[in-house]
Design a protein around this ligand. Structure first.
Ligand code: ADP
Ligand code: LRH
Length: 486
């Protein structure tokens, strides 16, 4: 048996999980969970990256005390980074991708490098917060920097002293050549990002290094190997999608964001994929994650936050029960509208979106939450269908992994909206994918993704939802009368 620590940092919470892997065996337990999110200071939204580092160290110590560890892997949300100076010191605090500093940057950049060309090289969807746009927004500060490290690479650097960039997360920067699997240094130069900032790439499964001796001593840990996993949380989550061999499956990695798409062997770079704003992110073992970002449970979390800021106490389980009892498909909104991206008053934005599309805004808490969950399921339908059409595939089953797999209303409505069965679970897919890739590196067998998924199917609780109807096409027509829009 190997016992492995998976550090998995989502945009809402971080956790240190301990996974045990042996022949035909896979168990995972939560060792430590801590909140994560934006911290606003002097008008800028930051991450508390040092707080995350402190929590990781505490979690690793705890995990090892509960049973000796054999390795450590780190995955996190994508696109964000820290800059280091020539001595390896952090220059400034990493900024949150929802910060307003990227407003208008994408529009400026595409005047220099047209969208078609950007997509041709990087295969990436246009999101205003792609690393490329974040870097351009702080171009004047780049002269003092010598290395850019994406969040999981930065945290691994603090554990091992080794700097590098793991491929799956590098592929989310829009500075990565999706076909050559190298940094797109020519593109970086054209937008004014110095190529010297981009560190050597490393494959998921590579050993990054070992815990620094002083850290190991402080934590009473051995000098454990730190292994590069699919360091983009979505890449690790897709590893743990319990797809049957040969199945025509789509996946939804449903957490703060919902990442909805297919696993392909090669990027899909046609005009239709560009027009539909699909992305080709790098997956573990050279796969391509052909997907689209759907705004996700963020809209619900932010709604709860808005209510609690007004002292209207609202527990998730309670409002979901009210939503389940509310009339179906009363009002729907396009959750992917840019208005829902920044933090703020989601109930007010939802009401405004309903009025704009000639619908009566939700009148009660239950109706509002029902509107969010219906709208998410509708976006899942739209995106799964688009992905299948663009890739020339059929989809017979949709896997939901991540925290959204706990949401029984959302899972049922997804089966209804997509008109195919939904298989929900595992909830901790990213941590499981992280553990499995480490386990392979450290000699636990598991030669390929199929073997990893087989182990997930055999060991993890999954729940099946069967389609039960609803007029989803009519709901879609309320939002996009002329067909699917971008
Ligand atoms: P991230 O990795 O982005 O931080 P997670 O995958 O942990 O996100 O998912 C968090 C979301 O999962 C929460 O915002 C919540 O909506 C949903 N969730 C978690 N637990 C439950 C639950 N017991 N019932 C319903 N939804 C849940
Ligand atoms: C999900 C995620 C997603 C990215 C976003 C920034 O946690 O990594 O895949 O697009 O965060």
């Amino acid at each position: 048996m190997k016992r492995l620590a998976a550090v998995d940092l989502g945009a809402s919470s971080g956790r240190v999980m301990a996974g045990s892997v042996g022949p035909g065996q896979l168990e995972i337990e939560e060792v430590r969970r801590f909140p994560n999110g934006a911290v606003r200071a002097a008008g800028t939204l930051y991450w508390d990256v040092l707080g995350l580092h402190r929590e990781i160290l505490a979690g690793l110590g705890q995990a090892h005390r509960a049973g000796p560890l054999d390795g450590i892997g780190i995955d996190s949300w994508a696109v964000d980074y820290g800059l280091l100076d020539a001595r390896g010191n952090l220059l400034g605090n990493p900024v949150h991708y929802r910060d307003a500093r990227t407003e208008g940057v994408l529009e400026r950049v595409v005047r220099t490098v047209p969208e078609r060309e950007l997509f041709d090289v990087t295969g990436l969807q246009q999101l205003p917060f792609n690393t490329l746009y974040q870097l351009v927004s702080e171009k004047d500060r780049l002269a003092t920097a010598s290395t850019l490290l994406l969040i999981p690479d930065l945290l691994a650097y603090w554990l091992t002293g080794q700097a590098g960039a793991e491929h799956t997360n590098a592929s989310t920067t829009q500075l990565y050549d999706v076909r050559a699997r190298t940094w797109a240094t020519g593109l970086a130069g054209r937008v004014g990002v110095p190529a010297r900032l981009l560190p050597p790439l490393r494959e998921p499964g590579e050993r990054i290094g070992t815990l620094l001796p002083d850290l190991a001593a402080e934590l009473a840990l051995p000098e454990l190997p730190v292994v590069a996993v699919g360091s983009h949380d979505t890449a690790s989550a897709v590893v743990a999608v319990p797809a049957e061999p040969g199945a025509n499956f789509a996946y939804i990695s449903s957490g703060t964001w919902s990442l909805v798409g297919l696993e392909l062997d090669a990027p899909e770079l046609g005009d239709a994929a560009l027009a539909a704003n699909f992305t080709n992110e790098g997956g573990v073992d050279g796969t391509i994650r052909f997907l689209r970002n759907v705004m996700g449970l963020w809209v619900l979390t932010e709604t709860l936050r808005t209510w609690s800021a007004r002292d209207e106490r609202a527990e998730l389980a309670e409002v979901l029960a009210e939503a389940a009892a509310a009339p179906p498909l009363g009002a729907v909104v396009d959750v992917d509208a840019p208005a829902f991206l920044p933090p703020g008053d989601m109930p007010a934005r939802i009401a405004a979106a309903c009025r704009e599309t000639g619908q009566r805004p939700p009148a009660t808490r239950g109706e509002l939450v029902r509107c969010i969950v219906d709208s998410l399921a509708l976006a899942y339908r739209r995106t799964v269908r688009q992905a299948a059409r663009l890739a020339g595939r059929t989809v017979d089953v949709v896997h939901i992994v991540g925290g959204g797999a706990h949401n029984t209303l959302l899972c049922q409505l997804t089966a209804d909206a997509c008109e195919v069965p939904v298989l929900a679970g595992p909830v901790e897919a990213a941590a499981l994918g992280n553990v499995l890739v480490q386990a392979r590196t450290l000699g636990a067998g598991l030669p390929d993704l199929a073997a990893m998924r087989e182990l997930i199917r055999r060991t993890q609780p999954l729940r099946r939802y069967t389609p039960s109807g609803g007029d989803w096409a009519a709901a879609e027509a309320r939002l996009h009368p002329a067909g699917v829009s971008r």
